[in-house]
Design a binder for this molecule. Structure first.
Ligand code: R5P
Length: 260
């Protein structure tokens, strides 16, 4: 891989070179969920949090129209879409943003969802592989967002299957969910692994989740709802950073969250 590729990857996950964890802040939920609590006004609610995020994952519409173009936060652009929460099967996604546009938007990485074990598994895996061809030719790293079929448990068996497949197909970063024996998933995945936060849980539980993931070998978090839907998103992103980047315990970081 060339210098540009490595430079972009280091920007997105600076923890790779510093030996620490990284905080990717995910706000792409509206691409299939529509209006999402906490994301109504990104300029007001999201932009002030950016100094505490290593990178920002979002869709092109929100990047274009809701994020000022003078920010320095590296961008991870979601390039797959094509479904909504109204569909029972969520796997019918394709590549919907051109790489030319991604380059014009000066993104540091692109993100694509693969659905292993779902109705459109083949479509998402082949589209993903083609995206890797094109993105790598431009020096752009690819983040695989791993989803599993709706009847499949989010457990080690299925999540490690999806993560390893993503890496085999050329993913540079894999995003998945934390699960029991997560360290085994990390061991079987040759590229950096980051975890999604999932649905909103208590602030302390979200910090414990981040702590466990880092202890199990994750390279960071790609957290959304547990930050922007927190009681105090600014305090929460600082607390997540305290755990993931500074290596403080979840309890210590939570106490500080309550005090500040
Ligand atoms: C889900 O498809 C989106 O890609 C989110 O970016 C991802 O799930 C992370 O957000 P959260 O921490 O809210 O789960």
């Amino acid at each position: 891989m060339d210098w540009g590729f490595k430079n972009r990857l280091n920007k997105v996950l600076p923890g790779i070179s510093s030996g620490k964890g990284s905080v990717m802040f995910a706000i792409d939920h509206g691409y299939f969920m529509g209006p999402t609590s906490g994301l109504e006004n990104p300029v007001q609610n999201i932009v002030p949090l950016l100094p505490f995020a290593d990178s920002l994952m979002l869709s092109r519409g929100i990047l274009n129209y809701s994020i000022p173009n003078d920010i320095s936060t590296p961008i991870v652009l979601r390039v797959s879409s094509g479904n909504s929460i109204l569909n029972e099967d969520m796997s019918n996604e394709k590549l919907c943003v051109s790489l030319e546009e991604a380059v014009r938007m000066n993104v540091s990485a692109v993100a694509f969802s693969i659905y292993v074990g779902a109705e459109h598994e083949h479509q998402t895996l082949t589209e993903f592989s083609k995206l890797v061809n094109e993105a790598h030719s431009l020096g752009i790293p690819v983040l695989a967002v791993t989803a599993v079929g709706k009847d499949m448990a989010r457990d080690l068996r299925y999540l490690s299957l999806a993560s390893r497949i993503a890496a085999e197909l050329g993913a540079d970063i894999v995003k998945t969910y934390h699960c029991e024996d997560f360290d085994k998933l990390v061991d079987s995945c040759p590229v950096p692994v980051i975890i999604a936060g999932g649905k909103k849980i208590s602030e302390l539980d979200a910090l414990k989740l981040a702590e466990k993931a880092i202890k199990d070998g994750a390279n960071g978090v790609d957290m959304g709802r547990n930050i922007f839907q927190a009681q105090d998103p600014m305090k929460m992103i600082k607390a997540v950073r305290s755990v993931v980047v500074d290596g403080n315990s979840s309890m210590e970081s939570y106490s500080k969250f309550l005090e500040d």
